[in-house]
Design a protein. Structure first.
Length: 290
């Protein structure tokens, strides 16, 4: 039988959850969205500034044969954890490749001023058009992280509690296929059922890590979470310059399995990795810069 203290703690948590849901809903009603002219203008200006900065970085001489670009897309405004994922990844990549150029898109519940450009299909079209052009002129290593809620072969796009055109494997494949064949691509999908993208997106020049198998949920997407469990474990001490992708994935998978056992979640998410044996054995330093 539960003690009064236990009941009070559970009731308090339930009330906090309900209040947070109401707060998110109320903010969503007045959130900045692409349908609002001023919001779209802010988004366009923010994205243009980021693209110009990447162009400037690519123009600077560097010692590494490959230029590294990180594209983070946090696509669901109902939880801030997705934005935290892309920001955390951007910061961590800088420790491995300090010259990493960064493009961050995020759907937020902002009511007056955007912090990031919208993570939408039109904005991603614009980003990949630039990436395609850059890849023709420079040897690139591109890391893409998409963090969001999802369904099989669907990566959701939500802004202010409104759903916009989702991303599917056919669209991702079309974007990635625009890039020069020498481009080394890392695709990280932190979303439920993200393994459903694996078969369609496999390629010789790609390493793909997904938070879950094609038929499984992933975890850690509540508003207050620091990161999704997948990104939190991925960015552990094993995510280092001298670690291979195989090392990183093995440690990440083990960390998630342990976390899931502690929290007694079932069925397990069963994260997936795709890539050739040669690519899986490359260190992150080699993959990103040589």
């Amino acid at each position: 039988m539960n003690s009064p203290q236990t009941w009070f703690v559970r009731a308090s948590r339930a009330c906090k959850g309900a209040l947070l849901t109401l707060l998110v809903a109320s903010l969503g009603a007045c959130a900045l969205t692409p349908q609002k002219e001023e919001a779209q203008k802010q988004s366009d200006e923010l994205l243009q500034a980021q693209l110009q900065e990447v162009q400037a970085q690519l123009s600077r001489p560097g010692s590494a044969p490959y230029k590294h670009i990180f594209l983070g897309s946090a696509q669901h405004s109902q939880s801030l954890v997705f934005q935290r994922d892309v920001v955390s990844m951007a910061e961590r990549l800088k420790t491995i490749h300090p010259d990493t150029a960064t493009i961050l898109l995020s759907n937020q519940l902002e009511t007056q001023k955007l912090s990031f450009p919208f993570a939408t299909r039109p904005n991603l079209d614009r980003v990949f058009a630039n990436l395609s052009a850059w890849s023709q002129s420079h040897p690139l290593s591109l890391t893409v992280l998409i963090s969001t809620h999802s369904a099989p072969d669907v990566l959701s796009v939500n802004i202010g509690n409104q759903y916009f055109q989702a991303l599917r494997s056919t669209q991702l494949q079309a974007w990635l296929n625009q890039l020069h064949s020498r481009t080394k691509i890392t695709l990280l999908l932190s979303a439920c059922y993200s393994g459903s993208f694996m078969d369609a997106l496999r390629a010789e020049n790609r390493v793909i890590l997904t938070a879950a198998a094609a038929d499984r949920n992933s975890f850690g997407c509540h508003y207050h979470d620091k990161n999704t469990w997948f990104i939190g474990q991925l960015l552990g001490p094993h995510f280092s310059a001298e670690s291979s992708w195989e090392d990183v994935f093995t440690a990440t998978r083990a960390g998630i399995e342990s976390q899931e056992k502690i929290h007694r979640v079932s069925p397990a998410s069963n994260p997936q990795m795709g890539g050739s044996e040669q690519n899986r054995k490359m260190t992150l330093k080699q993959w990103f810069s040589s």
